[in-house]
Design a protein around this ligand. Structure first.
Ligand code: ZN
Length: 115
């Protein structure tokens, strides 16, 4: 069994990261498993801090940047920060191709915490 996450350590690692924009929007189908219907108002992507990557569950192998499968390719565990117009938001774990992630412009420091 994995050790419980140390919240303070997670927050430090998270805040050291950055938020990136998805150049073509999020190509994952986020309607699966989420209570909210309709397209989210905003989806940004952050690299999940390596030491916590094991704790983030990914719904699928598909890359949110290009929509193709990542299995067997160079990829990075990311967290999608999904926000809807009515104020509901959540985090979704995903795998992004390393090449795709490099295409996503950094838009600022990490803001929302993934819980
Ligand atoms: Zn990709």
């Amino acid at each position: 069994m994995a050790d419980a996450i140390n919240i303070a350590e997670w927050e430090l690692a998270w805040r050291a990261g950055t938020v990136r924009q998805l150049p073509r929007g999020c190509l994952l189908d986020l309607s699966v498993g989420l209570r909210q219907a309709g397209q989210p108002a905003s989806v940004t992507v952050s690299v999940t801090p390596l030491e916590f990557a094991e704790s983030v569950w990914c719904q699928s192998d598909d890359c949110p940047v290009c929509g193709r499968r990542t299995a067997g390719l160079l990829r990075t565990k990311v967290s999608l920060d999904v926000q809807w117009a009515d104020g509901f938001g959540c985090f979704v774990g995903a795998w992004a191709h390393d090449d795709c992630l490099a295409e996503c412009p950094v838009i600022g420091p990490a803001k929302h915490m993934p819980w």
